[in-house]
Design a protein around this ligand. Structure first.
Ligand SMILES: [Zn+2]
Length: 66
C-alpha cells in the first residue's frame, strides 16, 4: 500500500511540474521570463523530481562545457 500511495503522489506532483523544456532553460540560466523563472525556482525547491531533472541538466552542461 505504501508503494502505490507514493506512486500516486508522484503522479499528482508531476502534474504540477514545469515542462522539461522550461526546466532546461531554468537550469541553463537562459530563461527570460522572470515570472516563470520565479515559479520554477520555488517549485524546484520543494520538488525532488525537478531537483533531479535540474541536476541532470547541470551534469549535461558540465559535460558539454557550457
Ligand atoms: Zn516538480
Amino acid at each position: 500500500m505504501e508503494n502505490s500511495d507514493s506512486f500516486l503522489n508522484t503522479l499528482f506532483y508531476r502534474m504540477n511540474c514545469p515542462s522539461v523544456d522550461d526546466l532546461g532553460e531554468y537550469a541553463a540560466g537562459i530563461m527570460t521570463d522572470k515570472t516563470l523563472y520565479i515559479y520554477i525556482h520555488s517549485h524546484v525547491r520543494k520538488c525532488t523530481d525537478c531537483q533531479a531533472e535540474v541536476a541532470s541538466w547541470d551534469a549535461f552542461d558540465a559535460a558539454t562545457g557550457w
